[in-house]
Design a protein around this ligand. Structure first.
Ligand SMILES: [Zn+2]
Length: 234
C-alpha cells in the first residue's frame, strides 16, 4: 500500500500484533500484520506512524555519515569502494587547476588556485565524482539492461537525500544517487538492477524478489554490504 507517498510492503503473518519496521539503506518500510486485520486498519495505523517512519528514514541516511570533509592533506576520500588520501596542491599555473587526478592506488591529488574555499573544493570534488559516474554508467547500463531485459528512457545522476536510487515507472526514468560512485561497483550494479527491475514490477513483493533472485542472485549480500558502508557527505 502507499501512505502519503511512502510505499509500505504488507506481510501477513501468524502474529498477534502489527509490527512496523523501516530498513536501511533506503528506508524501505515493511508492515507485518495478523491475517485478520483489515487493510483500512493497517492504513490508519501506518498513517499515525508517518512521522516516526520519516524520522527513521532520515536516520538511515545519516547513519555513519562521515564528518564533513575539509579537503586537507591526508584526508580520506572514497572512489569505487576504495579509500584514497588527499594531497592538496595550490598552484597559480592556469593549466593545472582546478583539477582532480587519481595519481596512484593511494593518493588523490587536487590542484587548486590558492585561496579556494571549502565550498569550492567540495564543488570540484562533486563535479569530479559526477564525471566519473557518467563515464562508468554506459558500460553498467548496457550490462544490466541486457540482464533485466528492459531499457528506461533516461538515467539521471542526482544528489539524493533519502535513497540510493529511484524509478519513475510511468515515464521509465531512473535516478541514481551521486554518492554511489564512492561505493564498490557491485553496489552500484545492485542499485541499478533493483531500479531496472521496477520496470517489471512496481512493488517490493514476492514477484519483485523472484526477479531479483534471477537477475542478481547475490543481491541480498550486496545490499547488506551497502548498508554497512558509510553514507558520507557529497
Ligand atoms: Zn525499490
Amino acid at each position: 500500500m502507499n501512505i502519503a507517498g511512502i510505499e509500505v510492503e504488507v506481510i501477513r503473518k501468524d502474529i498477534k500484533n502489527i509490527h512496523l519496521a523501516v530498513y536501511p539503506p533506503d528506508g524501505r518500510v515493511r508492515l507485518a500484520a495478523p491475517a485478520d486485520v483489515n487493510l483500512q486498519t493497517l492504513e490508519l495505523y501506518t498513517t499515525s506512524k508517518i512521522g516516526w517512519i520519516k524520522r527513521q528514514q532520515r536516520l538511515f541516511l545519516n547513519q555513519d555519515r562521515q564528518s564533513p570533509r575539509q579537503y586537507v592533506d591526508r584526508e580520506s576520500h572514497y572512489y569505487l569502494g576504495k579509500r584514497y588520501l588527499l594531497r592538496v596542491h595550490e598552484t597559480d599555473h592556469l593549466i593545472r587547476y582546478p583539477k582532480i587526478i587519481l595519481r596512484t592506488k593511494t593518493y588523490i591529488d587536487m590542484y587548486i588556485k590558492p585561496g579556494f574555499s571549502v565550498e569550492q573544493k567540495a564543488e570540484l570534488f562533486k563535479e569530479w565524482y559526477r564525471t566519473r559516474f557518467k563515464e562508468l554508467l554506459p558500460e553498467l547500463t548496457d550490462k544490466w539492461e541486457g540482464i533485466v531485459g528492459v531499457s528506461p528512457s533516461t538515467y539521471m545522476i542526482k544528489t539524493m537525500t533519502t535513497k540510493w536510487g529511484s524509478c519513475k515507472i510511468e515515464t521509465a526514468n531512473i535516478n541514481l544517487n551521486l554518492e554511489l560512485i564512492k561505493k564498490p561497483v557491485d553496489c552500484i550494479e545492485y542499485v541499478l538492477a533493483h531500479e531496472l527491475t521496477h520496470l517489471l514490477e512496481r512493488n517490493h513483493n514476492d514477484v519483485f524478489q523472484a526477479y531479483m533472485d534471477r537477475h542478481i542472485p547475490k543481491w541480498k549480500s550486496i545490499r547488506d554490504e551497502l548498508n554497512r558502508l558509510p553514507v558520507g557527505e557529497i
